[in-house]
Design a protein around this ligand. Structure first.
Ligand code: AMP
Length: 578
């Protein structure tokens, strides 16, 4: 695991300052490959998913090519959803923080077009948008593409999935032929491979090649948490398991510094380790950890590399690592020299999909756990305090203390029991506010595919909580060859086409109700329901697809006769053309 420094990637000072400011310590594996390929001017196909640092992997080279003096549009990033447009625009703005005169604008359907036109008139060099809206602006000439030298298709397979094929083709065919075309896609369905063939020139393929890794024998747990509760949950786990020594991993230097401060503020013996430390400070921190003065070492992946301490009892992934391989290296910090180790991962939102991939790749089991409640912590703390009391009673002469207490009891109006209770409470410290509001049992990573609806609910457009229409299901890894046969819907789900949609006044709920009601399959096993104006795609477990097709043959939805059939990849993309 060789770390590539941003300083070695031939980047401008402004970009280096920005990544430093963002706290990035080293380039992620996909960045280490993708940035040089793009800087050399090649067209590129990258296979990577969210959470790997993919946005900066195309954002950095793109920004390096923008001429701030030229106020014309120079780069377009196309992506499937409004959420992604906003997130990517934010990340690119952060990267451009020290580049003066660069304007980045997200444009997406659903936002007032007049406002967008006004912003575009200000001279925007980078547009980050959904294909439909970008095309709309091109038609209105509010986006002019004659100076565009870079186009990025982010989550190309997802755009295909959402019926944007024709829009992508139209946009690409209108761009200047002298340009760089970069594509990121988690899978490579035929229609996307075809776009690459038609619109790219000798693209370089970039993906992180996985090594065979031996996963150490470590019990691994994960907890679904809200960002604001991460510190609290970590503290509860530290209290509950009270590991003698533990290593906590953060993805950035900034994250390390902030967490160390928070932990020290709560009275933990924590120190941080990252690349900004001088050798001297590093030695001091490591010595403290080795001799047990520091119980919690908070570190970045790069900094933790040299840690050779055998009795680390627990590893915490405060942030989910950017690369599967990092995960294995991290948890390998514990369970050494034949000891039993534990690894705990905190996941926020869609990171749970990242963790699922890690579990698959590492062929390991990461067990969901409920966040320990305050009662659990109290029980443990009481137990620990009473142990100390017992030890004290056995090994000390307490007669002086007994005298003092006797005296007090005679003077004051309370009992020995009251006194003991008050002292116990004092020794345990103040309780924290309870964070387990609306707590639900965490889900097994294997069950994620059929999950989604129950927990996160869908909006009227079949998107889940994260604005993804498929709950992340299409985000499969695998070689291009395999991906070509394995269409975007997972092997275990079949995608059905229903010939009614929003224009017929039906809702995803009506379709779900009809399918479950007619066929008798449980509603919760139905996957995503992607509703468009004139038709709808529904994912059902493959084993039920014949049952559903049979039951729906003469069925009506909201009094309307419908046609329902299996949507295979090709049909689906040509339907996208309408
Ligand atoms: P992405 O895969 O683009 O969604 O990025 C996931 C997260 O990782 C974002 O919060 C980025 O800011 C962050 N990130 C990107 N590159 C790095 C890096 N080299 N080191 C640490 N964090 C990074």
């Amino acid at each position: 695991m060789e770390a590539i420094r941003f300083e070695d990637l031939n980047l401008s000072d402004a970009v280096l300052r920005a990544v430093g400011d963002m706290g990035f310590e080293a380039a992620s594996p996909i960045q280490a490959q993708a940035i040089p390929a793009q800087l050399e001017g090649h067209d590129m196909i990258g296979q990577a998913q969210t959470g790997t640092g993919k946005t900066a992997a195309f954002g950095i080279p793109l920004l390096q090519k923008i001429d701030p003096e030229n106020k014309k549009l120079q780069a377009i990033v196309l992506l499937p959803t409004r959420e992604l447009a906003i997130q990517v625009a934010e990340e690119i703005r952060r990267l451009a923080k020290f580049m003066h005169g660069i304007k980045v604008l997200p444009v997406y359907g659903g936002q007032d077009i007049v406002r967008q036109i006004r912003s575009l008139k200000d001279g925007v060099q980078v547009v980050i948008g959904t294909p439909g809206r970008v095309m709309d602006h091109m038609r209105r000439k509010t986006i002019r593409v004659d100076h565009v030298h870079t186009v990025v298709l982010d989550e190309a397979d997802e755009m295909l999935n959402m019926g944007f094929l024709e829009d992508m083709e139209t946009i690409l065919s209108q761009l200047p032929s002298q340009r760089q075309t970069v594509m990121f896609s988690a899978t490579m369905p035929p229609a996307i491979a075809d776009i690459a063939k038609r619109f790219q020139t000798d693209p370089v393929m970039v993906r992180v090649v996985k090594k065979e890794l031996t996963v150490p024998e470590v019990t691994q747990y994960y907890y679904e948490v809200k960002p604001k509760n991460k510190v609290e949950v970590l503290c509860r786990l530290l209290d509950l398991y009270s590991p003698k020594l533990s290593v906590v991993f953060c993805n950035t230097k900034k994250g390390v510094d902030e967490l160390v401060q928070a932990l020290q503020g709560r009275g933990y013996f924590a120190e941080g380790l990252h690349g900004d430390l001088k050798q001297e400070q590093r030695d001091r921190v490591m010595n403290g950890f080795r001799n047990g003065r520091t119980e919690i070492l908070v570190a970045t992946d790069v900094a933790a590399r040299g840690i050779d301490v055998d009795d680390v009892e627990a590893v915490f992934n405060y942030d989910i690592p950017q690369d599967d391989e990092y995960y294995v290296h991290r948890i390998g910090r514990t369970g050494r020299a034949g000891r039993v180790g534990k690894a705990f991962s905190l996941v926020v939102g869609k990171e749970v999909y990242k963790l699922r991939d890690i579990q698959r790749y590492c062929k390991t089991k990461i067990i969901p756990q409920a966040i320990p409640s305050l009662d659990d912590i109290t029980d443990i703390k009481v137990e620990k305090t009473l142990d100390q009391v017992r030890e004290m009673l056995e090994s000390n002469d307490l007669s002086d203390m007994v005298n003092i207490i006797e005296q007090k009891l005679m003077e004051e109006d309370y009992t020995a029991l009251d006194l003991a209770a008050a002292l116990l409470k004092m020794s345990m410290g103040e309780d924290n506010e309870d964070i387990i509001d609306n707590f639900e049992t965490a889900r097994s990573l294997d069950d994620l595919d059929s999950y989604g609806r129950g927990r996160y609910g869908r909006d009227g457009y079949g998107r889940d909580h994260y604005g993804r229409r498929d709950g992340g299901r299409s985000r499969r890894r695998g070689s291009v060859e395999r991906a070509a046969v394995d269409y975007v819907v997972g092997d275990d789900m079949a995608r059905l086409f229903v010939n009614i949609g929003r224009n017929q006044n039906v809702t995803p709920g009506d379709i779900l109700g009809a399918i479950a009601g007619e066929s008798g399959i449980p509603g919760r096993v139905v996957g995503s329901i992607d509703m468009y104006d004139g038709y709808t795609f529904v994912d059902v477990p493959r084993k039920y697809s014949d049952q559903v097709l049979g039951a729906m043959e003469h069925a009506k939805i909201k009094g309307k006769k419908v046609r329902i059939e299996e949507a295979n990849g090709r049909d689906q993309s040509s339907r996208g053309r309408k």
